[in-house]
Design a protein around this ligand. Structure first.
Ligand code: HPA
Ligand code: ZN
Length: 324
């Protein structure tokens, strides 16, 4: 099964590039940029990565990315992950990135974009990997800041596939960002949003109705709302589900408790992703293996999940045809 899952052509639709920062690279970049880390060694980092909920993770996630300063840092971060993912059979990645988390600490948008875009070009040339870019807004920052970022990113609009919405969910309903998402839609960008990760099923409905999103990141809390499940099934809305992430953040006690099998049985358009692989115990292959073990899924289920993700990825149609 491991061989099969590794070889299976996979598209990862929910991946935060800042969440791929492995402790080894964090130490290397800290040294290069003369930054003191709050950890003595890699064991201390691993020890710190025990989260009870989303906010505990976010605190370390935003702290960890402080080592990213120059275009070269962003390039190295992304290439490091692209190589690992490609070795796990990942052929396409829709990659979230969080400009506000960098600009807030004085790193210019241009540094982030130069580094990420050069890595994407390099991966597409050398790794047979395609990459879509999702510029994410932080929902726990002011709406006006998100609106300003979208305008500031004008030079990069042609390189973006979509806008997204992430960070702390509870108490930050998606509808607040309706105008920003409407503007993104006018610019021809696709729209996705995290909803129903820790927050309620109502946020999933709100993201669909008020933000016009075509995909929901996570969405697992939809299972508490029968009418919403029926709608998601009817509309075949893509849900980018991240089982190891959900367990790491205490949403479920174990993968065996995860609602993925029930979501699949309900006819929902689920796909598998890793979210923040450096923080949540592994990448695409680990997530697939965890599902195989916990749910007893066979090859046909994984083939079908893989095709769903490839069908929904932000990639040129010619590329899609080579992967299907
Ligand atoms: N949820 C919300 N925001 C995030 C996440 C997540 O899992 N990862 C990075 N930003
Ligand atoms: Zn996420």
């Amino acid at each position: 099964m491991r061989d099969f899952l590794q070889r299976l052509p996979k598209a990862e639709l929910h991946l935060h590039i800042e969440g791929t920062l492995e402790p080894e690279l964090m130490f290397r970049l800290a040294e290069r940029n003369h930054i003191a880390l709050p950890y003595a060694d890699i064991d201390e980092v691993t020890e710190a990565y025990r989260f009870r909920h989303l906010q505990e993770f976010l605190d370390l996630y935003y702290q960890g990315m402080d080592v990213l300063r120059t275009p070269r840092d962003f390039h190295d971060l992304a290439m490091d992950y692209f190589v690992r993912a490609r070795n796990e059979g990942v052929m396409h990645i829709d990659m979230h990135f969080d400009p506000q988390a960098h600009m807030q600490r004085g790193v210019p948008l241009a540094s982030v974009m130069q580094g990420l875009l050069s890595a994407v070009r390099h991966a597409e040339r050398t790794l047979d990997l395609s990459v879509g870019l999702i510029m994410a807004f932080l929902r726990d920052r002011p709406v006006a800041e998100a609106a300003a970022l979208l305008e500031q990113a004008r030079d990069y609009w042609p390189y973006l596939s979509a806008v997204g919405l992430d960070s702390a969910e509870r108490g930050y309903p998606p509808g607040r960002f309706a105008d920003v998402f409407a503007r993104a839609g006018e610019l021809g960008l696709a729209r996705v949003a995290h909803a129903g990760e820790e927050g309620p099923a109502a946020y999933v409905r709100e993201a669909l109705d008020e933000l016009g999103v075509e995909r929901i990141d996570h969405g697992v809390q939809c299972m508490a709302d029968e009418a919403l499940v029926e709608r998601l099934r009817r509309e075949q809305t893509v849900l980018t589900v991240c089982p190891l992430s959900n367990v790491s953040l205490g949403i479920y006690a174990a993968v065996t408790e995860h609602p993925l099998p029930a979501m699949w049985e309900a006819g929902l358009n689920v796909t598998l992703s890793s979210d923040d692989p450096a923080y949540f115990g592994g990448g695409m292959l680990s997530n697939h293996l965890a599902c195989a073990e916990a749910f007893g899924w066979g090859k046909s289920t994984f083939l079908s999940l893989g095709r769903s993700a490839i069908s929904a990825g932000f990639m040129p149609e010619a590329r899609r045809q080579t992967l299907l």
